[in-house]
Write a protein that binds this ligand. Structure first.
Ligand code: HEC
Length: 102
């Protein structure tokens, strides 16, 4: 009897942990690819301050071209420093390398 009581306590704890994990995963945006790479960090620092950084998988390479151009307008309108051509290139390269296909 004691053994089965502690077993059910353990499974309740396991269930609670599993639920917590699901809730936490649901709230957190999917991790960015190569999150520790300098390109990803540049992307987060330049493209993650007005909104959370979008996952590169969410758009195709062609869409990223357009999107970055549109965001440069927003960056300028917000009075933020414009992307340098190096930054633009690294960010686009990072987005395209990890872009979705549709
Ligand atoms: C100055 C603030 C600002 C910065 C910096 C910024 N964005 Fe945005 N972004 C916005 C706003 C505001 C929207 C909401 C959509 C709109 O108004 O067009 C948006 C929307 C988006 C969307 C969603 C568009 C859609 O059609 O769903 C993507 C993707 C995006 N931004 C990517 C980027 C990328 C990539 C960068 C870096 C080059 C960036 N953003 C930097 C303000 C910003």
């Amino acid at each position: 009897m004691r053994a089965s009581q502690s077993a059910s306590r353990i499974s309740r704890v396991a269930l609670a942990l599993a639920l917590l994990t699901i809730v936490a995963a649901g709230c957190k945006p999917a991790a960015l690819p190569d999150a520790a790479s300098p390109d990803a960090q540049l992307y987060v620092s330049r493209c993650g301050n007005c909104h959370a950084p979008y996952n590169p998988h969410e758009m195709t390479a062609a869409m990223w071209d357009t999107q970055v151009t549109m965001m440069e307008v927003k960056i300028q309108a917000a009075g933020m420093p414009a992307l340098t051509s190096d930054e633009r290139e690294s960010i686009l390269e990072y987005l395209k390398r990890n872009a979705g296909t549709e």
